[in-house]
Design a protein around this ligand. Structure first.
Ligand code: 5CU
Length: 401
């Protein structure tokens, strides 16, 4: 497999490794995997994944695509994906007591390393003959209430020594008090010092799902609204706590294109300005921080991608001075291109599979929509599109090293 063309890299793709799936099967409360007779046939059992509280319809069907590495590779082949940066799916270790979480983090990080290390190798570019693996991964930290911070730091040390782990995936609760908890300072410091990417991903959902109505809408409200609102709240708290001022080299990657942060960043800036106590804590205009973050390109539409890239690109206007006023149109074209450098393509596999009998053999609509969206962003040329499809991920995760 020699790639003369630019690579397609999936940075938002999950797994429940066999060790983790076994843990979920052994549980009797969510999160869990339960076994029940398949609808319409009493003798055939099916497994279902219940990870959200009050999950509708007894959870969702779950199968080997969640834990079998060969199925991950087959999915990648089907969609022309060269490399995946795999992460454990939610809710990670959030529900475990500190000792168990610490032990399991170490075991799962080792499992992930061998998952990647034994994956196929290919020559990434004919020019450099650099050898790349098809699988890299993001490790787990035992981020649970009452865990000794030394256990979290030791997991970071472990991850930093595992060659195919290039970062961590974290939820939004931190040690139970959010990502603006001062107790996390040494964690951010160590992650930054080791150049590990921190993928911030939702699980619980904030608002959206249960407000102002009783009608059952299945998974739609928690996933479409609750997840992005959760990410938005978590990253906003982190920014307001000055984490990015103290740790400017911290590499934070936000799920689902940053939730609603790009859309709300000017409103956030205005609210901060009108609250001097909060404003005094920050070194920059809120919009500046967008340019310090990375965003996945999992938003299913070209207009949204173009908008997010513009908002990221605009961040440079808010650097140290107000030399360039908001609304100045002269930079807009360049901004749209610059912002694209912080967008990275992803699939969300194995979530959002095709629906309906026989659809399993087709390419996944959720994947193709995200791929076609990149292609359809008007202001982007080949360089920007190649970057979002893979070049930006290669650079951020150092996949060519
Ligand atoms: O949209 C997503 O990322 C997900 C996810 O990660 N986990 C999940 O349960 N549903 C959707």
């Amino acid at each position: 497999r020699a790639a003369a063309r630019s690579l397609l890299v999936d940075i938002h793709t999950h797994t429940y490794l066999p060790r983790y799936a076994a843990l979920l099967r052994a549980r009797s409360t969510a999160p869990r995997i339960l076994s029940r007779p398949k609808q319409g046939s009493k003798d055939v059992l099916e497994e279902r994944l219940v990870i959200l509280d009050n999950e509708p319809s007894g959870g969702r069907p779950v199968g080997p695509q969640y834990w079998d590495r060969e199925q991950k590779l087959a999915f990648m082949d089907k969609h022309g994906i060269d490399v995946s940066v795999v992460s454990t799916a939610n809710p990670w270790l959030d529900f475990l007591p500190p000792d168990t979480a610490s032990t399991l983090a170490r075991e799962l990080n080792d499992d992930l390393e061998s998952y990647c290390a034994t994956s196929p190798t290919f020559t990434a570019t004919a020019a450099t003959s650099h050898q790349m693996k098809r699988l890299y991964a993001l490790g787990l930290l035992p981020l649970v209430p009452s865990v000794p911070i030394a256990s979290v730091l030791s997991a970071i040390d472990q991850i930093a020594t595992l060659p195919h782990l290039r970062g961590v995936i974290v939820g939004t609760r931190g040690l139970g008090k959010g990502l603006d908890d001062a107790a996390l300072e040494p964690v951010w410091q160590k992650l930054a010092a080791n150049s590990l990417v921190v993928f911030i991903h939702p699980h619980y959902g904030v608002g959206g799902a249960d407000a102002w109505g009783e009608r059952d809408n299945g998974h739609v409200l928690p996933l479409a609204l609750g997840f992005p609102f959760e990410t938005t709240t978590a990253i906003t708290r982190l920014i307001l706590a000055g984490v990015l001022d103290r740790h400017p080299s911290l590499k934070l990657l936000l799920a689902h294109s940053g939730g609603t942060l790009p859309q709300l960043s000017s409103r956030l800036a205005s609210c901060i300005t009108h609250d001097p106590a909060v404003a005094a804590r920050l070194q920059h205009d809120a919009r500046w921080y967008l340019g310090r973050l990375w965003f996945d390109a999992v938003c299913y539409g070209p207009e949204e991608l173009e908008f997010v890239a513009s908002a990221i690109g605009r961040a440079s206007r808010y650097a140290e001075s107000d030399k360039i006023k908001p609304g100045d149109q002269t930079l807009v074209a360049a901004e749209r291109k610059d912002g694209s450098k912080r967008l990275l393509w992803g699939t969300d596999h194995p979530f959002f599979p095709p629906i309906g009998e026989g659809a399993q053999d087709e390419k996944w609509m959720s994947v193709m929509e995200n791929l076609e969206a990149v292609d359809a962003v008007g202001p982007w040329g080949a360089e920007e599109k190649d970057g979002v499809r893979g070049g930006n991920a290669i650079e951020l995760f150092g996949l060519d090293k």
